[in-house]
Design a binder for this molecule. Structure first.
Ligand SMILES: [Zn+2]
Length: 510
């Protein structure tokens, strides 16, 4: 079947005797001429531009029957000419491409050799056979994703089924404008997540996924970024690849699982549980605690194991806000107005917000709780707090302070913008739960309940504590002006409300 072709090494049209003797990928060495190999295109990335020159390139991964892989690369004009001829999952016989070692700094996926597919390279499509594609992917479990969050040059491969397609939206950031489309993905772990596809991924893979939604499209995504959005979310990078319904065993098993779990997906989509913080995604990563002393404001988020206290902070526990955007507003309860942030007609609604001191053996830090998370710790709703405030009665909190003295929490925090010119970095609490590994450290807390407060009086130089130190016991002081901004956690996108769910375990009072 090997006919005459443009033989690169011989520079002429002639049959090559060795063309039918196909070699395996491993047998084809850098600099080798006159060879042929049968491969499957396992991956094809989006074309990209080199960082130091205007050279355009597109990378592919070829795999042979033995499961060996090699990188294929197209440059400039070859991207238009040869790119469309190489389809993912199709089989080809490739001959006489230039074989070279990849410079160490350009290596990905542990591949050391590349075949340069030029417009002169012989590429013949072979008939499909139904064999499974040899696979070498290892997938990250959703429960393990948190440890890859915001890590430089860390990315993950996942296998998942797409259960919902959300609309395309436009955005503008410091790099310009772009488009993003979110997809809800799930696997046997039953932890739904949002996967964001950006720009060209929307038109290619995104479109194909959307067209196949009635058939539970299974995707293999390689080199995704893990982001702290609603807890955890995934997004494409420029060098990501998405394979839709790949002919691999794991994908077929997952599709079977999907057909049996259609009812679960209906429920997930109805509840929108993918858009909320899911503590189950952090069960592994929460082991990685940071001592407060070592917190850095450049960290996107951190977990600390700390006690919480707000006994000595004089504060109001609510502010009036837009129900949707949580932007503070100077209006009375129920007043109808046009929100300056979300530009919608809203009714002024009280929202719970207060500060606590997080403290471990290494130090302490001020952190703010919002919304449901705040109400849960406070044991009062924002509306309750507002009513007490208006009646000029102090919120009865003795039972809360008492209970907190004996407790230790795992707390996920992120740096907050300072609104008060504080010298100390403030934090926003994204999530907390009562730590269940506290046996050793609770003892210490019980022996000297609240001792950190007694030994060294609070010296957090906020307006609230300054007020607290003055002999005023009434809550009448209007602190509203100091709560001007609803510092909503940045981990949540502007279009999604940061309603975080706390997962407090059973109370463990001494
Ligand atoms: Zn609003």
């Amino acid at each position: 079947m090997c006919q005459s072709f443009l033989c690169v090494p011989c520079s002429g049209w002639k049959p090559c005797a060795r063309m039918d003797d196909c070699l395996s990928i491993e047998e084809i060495l850098p600099g080798m001429k006159s060879w042929s190999a049968k491969i499957i295109v396992q991956e094809k990335r989006q074309p990209a531009t080199a960082s130091a020159s205007p050279t355009r390139y597109q990378k592919l991964i070829f795999v042979d029957a033995k499961g060996s892989q090699v990188e294929g690369i197209l440059f400039n004009h070859a991207i238009q000419v040869m790119g469309p001829r190489l389809t993912v999952f199709k089989r080809y016989k490739i001959s006489n491409a230039e074989v070279r070692l990849i410079d160490e700094k350009y290596r990905t996926d542990g591949l050391t050799t590349q075949w340069v597919i030029s417009t002169k390279t012989v590429v013949e499509e072979l008939p499909d056979d139904t064999d499974m594609m040899p696979t070498r992917f290892s997938y990250t479990m959703f429960k393990d994703l948190a440890q890859f969050m915001e890590q430089k040059n860390q990315f993950v491969d996942i296998l998942a089924v797409v259960i919902s397609v959300l609309p395309v939206t436009s955005f503008t950031n410091e790099f310009g404008t772009g488009r993003v489309q979110k997809f809800v993905v799930i696997n046997e772990e039953k932890l739904p997540l949002q996967l964001s596809l950006f720009n060209e991924f929307i038109d290619n893979e995104g479109q194909k996924i959307a067209e196949n939604m009635n058939n539970f499209p299974v995707i293999v995504c390689r080199r995704l970024k893990v982001k702290p959005f609603n807890g955890i979310a995934l997004s494409t990078r420029k060098d990501s690849t998405i394979l839709i319904d790949p002919p691999i065993q794991e994908a077929m098993l997952l599709k079977n699982w999907a057909t049996e779990n259609a009812m679960l997906f209906v429920q997930v989509i109805k509840d929108k549980s993918y858009a909320r913080y899911n503590p189950d995604l952090f069960t592994h990563s929460s082991q990685k605690f940071t001592l407060i002393y070592f917190l850095q404001s450049t960290q996107k988020f951190a977990w600390v194991r700390a006690s919480m206290s707000f006994e000595n902070i004089f504060q109001r526990y609510w502010y009036m806000a837009c129900k949707k955007s949580f932007k503070a507003i100077d209006a009375s309860y129920g007043y109808s107005y046009s929100c300056n942030k979300c530009s919608e007609h809203q009714k002024a609604t009280p929202r719970c917000r207060f500060d606590v001191i997080l403290s471990d053996k290494s130090g302490r830090v001020t952190a703010t709780l919002f919304g449901d998370l705040a109400e849960k710790l406070l044991t009062y709703s924002a509306l309750d707090a507002m009513q007490y405030f208006h009646k000029n009665i102090e919120l009865p909190l003795m039972h809360v302070h008492e209970a907190l003295r004996a407790k230790e929490f795992a707390v996920q925090i992120q740096p907050a913008a300072s609104h008060y010119g504080d010298p100390q970095q403030r934090y926003t609490i994204l999530h907390y739960y009562e730590s269940n590994f506290a046996e050793a450290s609770t003892q210490q807390t019980i022996e000297s309940p609240g001792s950190f407060l007694l030994e060294s009086p609070l010296q957090i130089p906020t307006a609230e504590t300054q007020d607290a130190q003055s002999p005023i016991t009434s809550v009448q002081i209007n602190l509203a002006s100091k709560f001007d901004e609803a510092a909503t956690p940045q981990a949540n996108s502007p279009e999604t409300s940061p309603e975080l769910i706390s997962a407090s375990k059973k109370p463990k009072l001494a």
